[in-house]
Ligand binder design. Structure first.
Ligand SMILES: Cc1ncc(COP(=O)(O)O)c(C=O)c1O
Length: 424
């Protein structure tokens, strides 16, 4: 059936094995098309209930008596993520801190484990916090930061990494799925190259977890971090996760010597003696309410199955790309994501010189929430667990009408402070 016919999208919804999952989420404004699940995922009904229970029962009634159970949770929820979404073994994933803090901890630990090597490799299209953390570490330690020039549409390539690897490189730190274009990096190839050169790899899984099948163990990643407020739907500022390959754990030491990483935490000993396992990568008291929400988010995705989620993400973005080619290319909006679905995550980006105004007008005039990314990118993230094919169709229809009418040209350029381009 012709994709420009709405009936084609309706048929895809009718055949969608994940269609029922939308009802698991709060849809407060049914006419609002939300295409920013790759920035902040929706609130789940189970998450809302769990938060109320955690506050009322675990905290309100249980008080400090809940801590023995709470102490176990960051590792338990880490194991849930490991099994269903990250391709890791039990004891390799911990829910803790923020992505930024985990990046710092793991990058510093990796650099300490490669004394004598003075180079850190990343790419200029990596997410800002990643680049800044690495820049900071390089400045503090007098290291060289080798910045790959990455094609902002196609993403970082293994052969580019191969070119800059040598015996001076300690760490290669990249995003698995590029935040701007959605380009999917070849984690297996790049990790193998880095390992052969004696370097460690640190992967940012923020835009990959819950969107594409991630196989940290099988693909040979050494270290990884990621956030839980995007596809995992754990809520704003929810705690992040970190992954450390089991074989490396005894050999790495992170720089924040907090009491939650201590071998015998409640002995209150005089010197820091890190736990022998993953626990050494913990710092201080975990944000228990946030960890509970990560668990609820992970449970929903585990039930849907990452294979099915990925298949649906490819179909949703496939429809989006097809409609963009047919309707939007003639209006000057061009595809700024890899065209091959196997080479991208679950979001698609379009380029237009007036993308900022288009983004604002879409929100204010057309009831569609995308986000803007510099310099001229409109990012569309149809999170597969809660987005229908008709949502993609209607959003593209509203977008083409908007741009065709020129109504976006009157949207203000000055930020009011609430647009998605000023949010994480
Ligand atoms: C790829 C990537 N890394 C890191 C972050 C943010 O890290 P943090 O949760 O520490 O703010 C984001 C946020 O959007 C991201 O997209």
């Amino acid at each position: 059936m012709d994709a420009t016919d709405r009936a084609a999208a309706e048929l895809l919804d009718a055949q969608d094995p994940l269609a029922g999952f939308r009802d698991r989420f709060v849809v407060a404004e049914p006419d609002l098309i939300y295409l920013d699940g790759n920035s902040l995922g929706r609130l789940g009904h189970a998450a809302r209930q769990r938060l109320a229970e955690a506050v009322t029962e675990e905290w309100g009634r249980g008080l400090v008596r809940s801590w023995p159970e709470w102490m176990r949770r960051p590792a338990q929820v880490g194991d849930l993520l490991a099994e269903h979404l990250l391709g890791a073994r039990p004891g390799e994933v911990l829910v803790a801190d923020s992505t930024t803090v985990n990046l710092y901890k793991l990058a510093a630990a990796a650099l300490d484990a490669r004394p004598g090597r003075r180079v850190v490799v990343t790419d200029d299209d990596n997410f800002p916090t990643d680049r800044y953390v690495l820049e900071g570490l390089a400045a503090q330690r007098g290291l060289e930061l080798r910045m790959l020039r990455t094609d902002p549409v196609e993403g970082v390539r293994a052969d580019q990494v191969a070119e800059v690897l040598d015996e001076r490189v300690a760490l290669v730190s990249l995003s698995h799925v590029a935040y701007r274009s959605g380009a999917l990096a070849d984690m297996a190839a790049i990790s193998a190259l880095a390992r052969a050169a004696g370097a460690l790899t640190l992967w940012d899984e923020c835009h990959a977890v819950g969107a594409v099948p991630v196989a940290l163990d099988a693909d040979g990643a050494d270290l990884a971090v990621g956030c839980t407020y995007k596809y995992l739907n754990a809520g704003p500022g929810a705690p992040a996760f970190l992954y450390v390959r089991a074989e490396l754990q005894p050999h790495l030491r992170q720089p924040i010597w907090g009491w939650f990483g201590q071998r015998d935490q409640f002995a209150m000993g005089s010197r820091y003696d890190p736990a022998p396992d993953l626990r050494r990568f913990a710092t201080g008291s975990p944000p228990i309410l946030g960890v509970a929400l990560v668990e609820e988010g992970a449970k929903v995705l585990a039930e849907a199955g990452i294979g099915q989620l990925y298949a649906k993400a490819q179909a949703l973005t496939g429809l989006l790309v097809e409609l963009a080619d047919r309707w939007l290319a003639p209006l000057g909006l061009t595809l700024a994501s890899p065209r091959d679905p196997a080479r991208r995550g679950a979001h698609v980006t379009l380029a237009h010189p007036d993308a900022l105004r288009i983004s604002r007008a879409l929100i204010e005039q057309a009831g569609v929430v995308p986000d803007f990314r510099t310099p001229d990118r409109l990012r569309l993230g149809p999170a597969p667990v809660a987005t229908r094919f008709v949502d993609v169709w209607d959003a593209m229809d509203r977008l083409r009408r908007l741009v065709h009418s020129g109504a976006h040209e009157h949207a203000p350029l000055e930020p009011s402070g609430v647009e998605p381009e000023t949010t994480p």
